[in-house]
Design a protein around this ligand. Structure first.
Ligand SMILES: *[C@@H]1O[C@H](CO)[C@@H](O)[C@H](O)[C@H]1NC(C)=O
Ligand SMILES: *[C@@H]1O[C@H](CO)[C@@H](O)[C@H](O)[C@H]1NC(C)=O
Ligand SMILES: *[C@@H]1O[C@H](CO)[C@@H](O)[C@H](O)[C@H]1NC(C)=O
Ligand SMILES: *[C@@H]1O[C@H](CO)[C@@H](O)[C@H](O)[C@H]1NC(C)=O
Length: 957
């Protein structure tokens, strides 16, 4: 009688845990429209800091073979490039009536159903580059009336039906480069499009391009034509069909036969202002003729034309009176005595990537109205002499050369220079006089060079300089006041691995700086005094040993009055410093009343003090990367109630429990990638009412019923996007390793038959809400009564049958402790000691109700081992089964994984009572040998209670 009574109690207790997720599930199934569900199987909606109606969907590079069917209807941008799509079906993009940009590039699409894009009435850009399309039919682009940009390059298109483009009434830009089009008449329709501006026809198979092959009763609006073909024999514009053509690009085509350039009337090209050529298939003479026929030429680009330039093409070029801009990049011009002096009419001149070793004195001297000059990416060893004689120069680019020193005369007359790019050279020294006359300079880039000292270079010069980058040099010391004089500076980057000392008052006098990037080391004396307008500060911590908290505090350099205007701080430690714990001291953060963004990467060894943000109530975004936060104190977030974005990636986090107490009520973005989370209790998210983006990629998930609640939650609620789910991979149990968490079939976690029965019957009566509830109620009541009865029968039968056990012990544990069970317990008890254990993740029969499985397991095992931890006590399911063990307490072995105070145990009446009556074992990582010996003895012992006093060990309390 007593037994039956107890049984009843344990079963209803178990029932209460069971009914919760089930009701939840039923609720979800009945009321949530799956079309609105927010878990995207293959795509991620990009998080936007400023909420906006446009949805940006990223499905690129995910090995997709079909278009996902769960693309949100309000997507504005969809990236599906770099997948393995082969076909576009008619219903792939239906109803995406807000789509503006669709990228399908870099797939294997050979087939597009007619009308596949017909619903995309707002689409502006469609990219189909790098596919294997061969044919465009009358209806391929049906409905794309708002399309302005269409990229069809790199396909095999050779057949275009005569009305393929008819709907593209707003098309401006069409790229058909690298296809197999042969006849100009095939693309006649393109030139007739009312808004067409640019057509790219490079690398096709035209044997000629002749306007006489086009209809004569229209004029095209085309402005830019890019054309080339290795077999093209004739290029002929003999009819006034392109009155608006201003840009002509005769692009690369190697090994071509000579082209017949046939423009009988040069007024037909009178509007051409831009000519871009790269190895045109023209003879030198015909090319000269072409140049002479262009009366309005303003911008000439000659790439890969060394052959002609050697023949003094420039003498022809430089006498074009209208020419203002000349690009000679991608030529091999070394050893050429360039006849540049004649080009005195230029305002822009690009000599980048021309392999020149020097620009001889006088060669560009006559360009007296030149404003922009680039000699980037050459082999110059000094600044060309003539530059000092170009007083009108505004922008000068000398990056990526081999300049080792700058002299005081280099820029002596270029007083109008506003931008100077000198990065990626080998400059070792700077004298103060070098920039002495550059009073108008706004941008100076000297990064990635060999500078060792700055000394007084910037002192009292460069009054208008706004951006200075001297990062990645070999400077070791930043002296006091070294930047004094840069009174307009707004962006300063002095980060470098070689920094050793940053002296006091280094940044004195640069009161307007808004963004500062700096490297510091252990010997630094950080002093940001005076940076009253600083908003963004990035600190790289270089080399061991580093600043330690006490050291930093002693300098007192971060006084309370400083960095008041700071909005964003990032501290990044660039090396391993396990033995030298660092801290960004509170004194540093104290003054930052307006701080909104905080980032610390690899700075803290362990979780920072909980009061770290007590003075930063404005914080909106917090990022800790590469930090051990396994002991994170939830109080850390107490003082920052406005937090919207939290990124704790790569931080050894095992559980999300801290979220519940953390008061993250404004949080919208949460990223916890690359942690050690295996089980997620979805109720955690109740404490994050505004969460819209959750990224848990690259965690070692357990794919069993312990995550069923989370999976259902993720799939069925509409507010929080669970992002990047293609990276949620099962780690436990071993047989599921490598599969996807969201492919796990949660239905097996509930009783199949009654569940399916319920779902199918409720589908029939969706409208009759009340009926389903009554049905549900009865169904489950019956279910439990049945299990209760069954367990009772089972128990009595087993008793009668005598000891016929399938397992030596059933192990009851919480999934949080699964790591310990698999790592420590299984190898010892099964492999070393030879016991046969029953683990619920491994040995439970799928499809059977959990409670039945547990009952079977307990009665099918000689002993029951409970692995008790705080998580175990908090788990309803374990506690429910614990009540079941109560029935058979004579066979129970209690293993405590961690110290649990009497206070924590107080709510667990049964367990406390049992602990009083029995001995138990406490895990000790220091003495595992003794522990496992004790477990072995306990497993060997018979059932009789008197044996229990054998169980002594390193017990705790
Ligand atoms: C083009 O898009 C606008 C909205 O951007 C829409 O109002 C208009 O109807 C579209 N045009 C056509 C022809 O569908
Ligand atoms: C394309 O459309 C035109 C005009 O509507 C029609 O004459 C032609 O037969 C169509 N081509 C095909 C293959 O349907
Ligand atoms: C034209 O097409 C070629 C080949 O696809 C491409 O490399 C080039 O960048 C295109 N030019 C423009 C201006 O789009
Ligand atoms: C031009 O002529 C073609 C056939 O000769 C005709 O189909 C077309 O409608 C004409 N277009 C215009 C704009 O007159």
């Amino acid at each position: 009688m007593l037994k039956a009574h107890n049984h009843h109690k344990s079963m209803t207790a178990a029932g209460s845990f069971h009914s919760h997720p089930i009701l939840h599930l039923l609720f979800l199934l009945l009321y949530i429209n799956p079309l609105l569900a927010f878990l995207l199987k293959s795509c991620t909606i990009l998080y936007q800091k400023i909420p906006c109606d446009d949805v940006f969907l990223d499905c690129a590079s995910r090995e997709l073979v079909v278009i996902p069917n769960d693309i949100p209807k309000d997507s504005a941008v969809v990236k599906l490039n770099s997948n393995q799509l082969k076909k576009i079906n008619i219903d792939d993009f239906c109803d995406l009536s807000k789509l503006k940009i669709l990228d399908l590039g870099d797939n294997q699409i050979s087939d597009v159903d007619d009308g596949s894009f017909k619903d995309l009435v707002t689409l502006k850009t469609l990219k189909l580059t790098q596919n294997t399309l061969t044919t465009l039919t009358n209806n391929t682009f049906q409905g794309l009336s708002n399309l302005t940009v269409l990229d069809l390059s790199n396909n095999n298109i050779h057949f275009i039906q005569p009305f393929a483009f008819k709907d593209l009434t707003n098309l401006q830009n069409l790229d058909l480069g690298r296809n197999k089009i042969q006849q100009v008449s095939d693309i006649q329709q393109i030139f007739q499009l009312p808004q067409i501006q640019m057509v790219n026809l490079t690398h096709n198979l035209f044997s000629s391009f002749e306007t006489k092959h086009l209809l004569h009763n229209f004029t095209s609006n085309l402005e830019e034509l890019i054309i080339s073909s290795p077999n093209m024999k004739t290029f002929s514009i003999s009819t006034p069909i392109f009155p608006n053509l201003t840009k002509l690009d005769l692009a690369v085509s190697r090994n071509c036969t000579f082209l017949n350039w046939d423009i009988p009337d040069k007024t037909l090209l009178r509007n051409i202002t831009h000519l871009y050529t790269s190895q045109p298939c023209l003879s030198f003479k015909s090319f000269q003729k072409v140049l002479r026929s262009l009366d309005s030429l303003n911008h000439l680009r000659l790439n890969n034309m060394d052959r002609f330039i050697k023949k003094e093409l420039l003498s022809t070029v430089c006498i074009i009176p209208t020419l203002r801009k000349l690009d000679l990049f991608y030529n091999y011009l070394n050893n050429l005595t360039l006849k540049l002096a004649l080009c005195s009419q230029l305002t822009e001149f690009d000599l980048g990537e021309t392999h020149i070793k020097e620009l001889s004195k006088g060669s560009i001297k006559s360009m007296t109205i030149l404003q922009t000059l680039s000699v980037r990416a050459n082999q110059l060893s000094e600044v060309p002499y003539d530059i000092r004689n170009l007083p009108t120069l505004k922008i000068l680019n000398i990056e990526l050369n081999q300049i080792t020193k700058l002299s005081c005369n280099n820029f002596v007359n270029t007083t109008h220079l506003t931008e100077l790019y000198l990065q990626n050279n080998y400059i070792t020294k700077l004298k103060r006089c070098v920039f002495g006359n550059l009073t108008n300079l706004k941008i100076l880039n000297l990064s990635k060079s060999n500078l060792r000292k700055l000394e007084n270079v910037f002192k009292l010069t460069l009054h208008r300089l706004e951006v200075l980058n001297i990062s990645d040099n070999k400077v070791t010391d930043l002296e006091t006041g070294v930047f004094q004089g840069l009174q307009s500076i707004k962006h300063l980057n002095v980060a470098s691995r070689s920094i050793e000392r940053v002296k006091l008052a280094t940044f004195k006098g640069i009161n307007n700086v808004q963004a500062l990037t700096v490297s510091l080391t252990h010997r630094y004396e950080p002093d940001f005094r005076g940076l009253k307008r600083l908003e963004n500060l990035t600190i790289y911590l270089e080399r061991v040993p580093l600043l330690r908290t006490d050291e930093l505090m002693n300098y007192g350099a971060f006084s309370k009055t400083m960095l008041k205007s700071l909005k964003s701080i990032a501290v990044i430690c660039t090396h391993n410093h396990q033995d030298f714990p660092l801290n960004v001291p509170i004194s540093l953060l104290q003054s930052m009343k307006h701080l909104e963004d905080f980032t610390a990467e690899n700075v803290y060894v362990n979780a920072p003090f909980a009061d770290i943000f007590q003075f930063n109530p404005q914080l909106k975004s917090v990022t800790f990367l590469k930090t051990d936060l396994s002991n994170l104190d939830p109080n850390l977030f107490q003082k920052i109630p406005n937090l919207q974005a939290l990124d704790l990636s790569n931080c050894k986090i095992k559980a999300l429990d801290f979220m519940v107490q953390a008061n993250l009520s404004a949080l919208r973005y949460l990223k916890l990638a690359e942690n050690e989370i295996s089980v997620i209790n979805e109720t955690v998210f109740h404490s994050l009412p505004f969460l819209t983006y959750l990224d848990l990629s690259k965690n070692p998930f357990t794919c069993d019923c312990s995550n069923a609640g989370f999976i259902l939650w993720a799939k069925n609620q509409k507010q929080t996007q669970v992002a990047n789910t293609h990276q949620y991979i099962c780690f436990f149990p071993a047989d599921k390793r490598g599969s996807l968490l969201f492919d796990y079939d949660t239905l097996s976690c509930w009783d199949d038959s009654s569940f399916f029965c319920f779902v199918s019957s409720s589908c029939l009566v969706v409208l009759t809400l009340i009926t389903s509830f009554v049905y549900n109620f009865l169904r489950w009541q019956l279910g439990y009564t049945f299990h209760l009865f069954r367990a009772f029968l089972y128990d009595s039968r087993k008793r009668k049958e005598g000891e016929d056990y399938q397992f030596d012990a059933f192990v009851s544990y919480n999934v949080h402790d699964e790591g310990w069970v698999y790592r420590e317990m299984l190898p010892m008890l099964e492999e070393k000691q030879g016991w046969k254990l029953c683990l619920h993740h491994r040995d439970f029969q799928p499809g059977k109700p959990i409670i039945e499985n547990i009952t079977d397991a307990i009665y099918g095992s000689r002993k029951t081992i409970c692995v008790i931890s705080r998580s175990y006590l908090q788990s309803e399911i374990q506690m429910a089964s614990f009540r079941l063990f109560d029935e058979k307490k004579d066979v129970l072995i209690l293993l405590f994984l961690e110290e649990i105070s009497a206070h924590h145990l107080s709510p667990y009446y049964r367990m406390r009572k049992m602990l009083k009556e029995r001995t138990y074992l406490s895990w000790s990582a220091q003495h595992p040998g003794v522990f496992w010996q004790n477990v072995q003895r306990a497993l060997q012992a018979g059932d009789a209670p008197e044996n229990s006093d054998m169980l002594t060990g390193p017990t705790g309390r």
